[in-house]
Design a protein. Structure first.
Length: 514
């Protein structure tokens, strides 16, 4: 059990111990000393002050324990007010204040100075454990410790023990599970499985809108009388549909199967065998949409209560070819999309180097960590094809969970003089930059580019990859491109009536004339 859950009587004793210790006490650091490392605030509300003696600049951070790891975040919890969160060398009084609360609450702060950190434990009221439903936890205050009983519906991390607990009122996320000795990183020793009934207790927190119980202690596990041991295949069902078997172990009174309403139009029960090891055969219809999945629930009972187990059945979907604009306007579901466009930039914030932006005539979008991108050797200016799902980050559309499918056209950057020496080839693309010397057709963007003594005719400056018909028109006007601007286009070399040209030129970028 962590120090932040100590009850006030222990706090008082420890405060006395810290206050009376000598200079050799390990709670003192050379860089910073505290008059007390434990702060108790009355439950009805109030303030408590401690003194910091520091040799240099210092700052406070809120301290959270997440799955056995210290994770620091800026400032302090919302319920705790502090008169100052930073200071300079010398003595500084820090006053901690909070309004009254009906429930006990705690937090840990770090005071950092000279590369060293001193912990400050703040406690208000008595930290009690409340028996609660999932709905009561969701509606309750953060930092309060709850005890809840429910069913394990999904396990997402088997090292720290991150999983979902569900009862009749709702579902909460368990972020970190302690083993029988109160240790972390030993989740598998508990033998917990989907379908088991479990009672746990731990403090509530809310992270990015998700309600969590953190580093819970397991009180009781009631093993389920039914379990899905495996499926007949670990692969997703094919687009054309087919059968899949679920192999069960059942120690209860028979088996019933629940298929969610949103999957009943494509997934059916074909057969169920009897006995302690029943087999349930499902049949999936052909899939004309995107990837889809559903969670099937198996139930049994012992005459007194129901027991459940669940399994996820997935099916591949058709891949939808789309423009960037169509992709960005689509819903976030299991649909797979195929996009083709020009790489306009690499995403510098991605340390893995798999992310980039592509654009077609309808817009641009971030492709986030496409598998196969690095191996392809694709670069800025190349035409590429990617396949993936529509996701978003901070409400901005992007393609996540994606695959780099093809380097559709490698584009070679050349000078105008170099371009003029190339052979005609409709499959070889070049990137050419020059000063816009003359506009021959403003509607379709037929222009002349010049670089030194070299001059070339560009037949079409279209707004982006994939533009056809009227979508090819008025790129110069829309981008406010004028004579004298430096323009970069992508196209192939061809010759028409003896004139060398960049055929079907695609706008890449431009710089305004100085």
């Amino acid at each position: 059990m962590k120090l932040r859950y100590l009850i006030p009587s222990f706090v008082a004793a420890l405060t006395m111990f810290v206050s009376c210790s000598d200079d050799n006490d390990p709670t003192y650091l050379d860089e910073v000393r505290l008059s007390s490392s434990y702060v108790a605030i009355p439950q009805e509300g109030g303030s408590t002050t401690i003194t910091v003696t520091a040799t240099g600049d210092w700052a406070l951070e809120s301290q959270q324990w997440i799955a056995g790891k210290d994770t620091t975040v800026a400032a302090t919890p919302k319920w705790l007010k502090v008169n100052t969160v930073s200071g300079a060398a010398g003595q500084t009084d820090i006053t901690f204040s909070a309004e009254g609360t009906m429930d006990g609450r705690t937090c840990e702060l770090l005071l950092n100075c000279g590369g060293k950190s001193q912990r400050i434990n703040v406690i208000q009221g008595l930290s009690t454990v409340s028996n609660a439903t999932c709905a009561e936890i969701i509606a309750g205050p953060d930092s309060k410790t709850y005890r809840v009983t429910g069913t394990v519906t999904k396990i997402v991390n088997t090292t720290y023990g991150n999983w979902y607990l569900q009862d009749a009122t709702g579902e909460v996320y368990i972020y970190g599970t302690l083993d029988a000795k109160g240790q972390t990183k030993n989740f598998l020793s508990l033998g917990l499985e989907v379908g088991d009934e479990i009672t746990v207790e731990g403090p509530k927190t809310t992270y990015n809108g998700t309600v969590e119980l953190v580093d819970v202690t397991v009180i009781k596990i009631n093993k389920s009388l039914i379990k899905c041991d495996s499926l007949s295949t670990t692969e997703a069902l094919p687009v054309e549909g087919g059968d899949i078997d679920a192999y069960l172990t059942c120690k209860g009174n028979g088996v019933s199967v629940e298929i969610p309403d949103d999957a009943k139009d494509w997934l059916f029960i074909k057969a169920i065998t009897a006995g302690e090891n029943p087999v349930v055969t499902f049949h999936a219809l052909p899939n004309e949409g995107g990837d889809r999945e559903t969670t099937v629930t198996f139930k049994t009972n012992d005459g007194k209560k129901d027991y459940t187990s669940q399994v996820v059945i997935t099916q591949k979907g058709a891949i939808v070819a789309a423009t960037v604009a169509e992709f960005k306007a689509a819903a976030e579901d299991g649909t797979q999309y195929r996009l083709t466009g020009i790489i306009t930039s690499l995403y510098a914030s991605d340390k893995q180097g798999k992310s980039f932006t592509i654009a077609d005539y309808s817009g641009s979008v971030l492709i986030y960590r496409a598998e196969g991108f690095l191996e392809s050797g694709a670069k800025v200016g190349d035409v590429v094809t990617v396949v993936g799902k529509r996701t978003s980050y901070k409400e901005t559309p992007q393609m996540g969970t994606c695959t780099f499918e093809e380097l559709t056209h490698a584009v070679t950057q050349v000078t105008i003089a170099e371009f003029l020496t190339k052979e005609d080839n409709p499959d070889v693309y070049y990137m050419v930059t020059g000063t816009l010397d003359e506009i021959a057709n403003p509607e379709y963007g037929n222009v002349y580019l010049k670089d030194g003594d070299a001059r070339v005719y560009v037949y079409g400056c279209y707004p982006g990859w994939g533009a056809t018909g009227d979508a090819r028109k008025y790129c110069l006007e829309n981008e406010e491109i004028e004579v004298g601007d430096k323009l970069t286009v992508i196209g192939v070399k061809s010759t028409y009536k003896g004139t060398t040209q960049v055929a079907n030129g695609i706008y890449f970028s431009h710089e305004k004339a100085e």
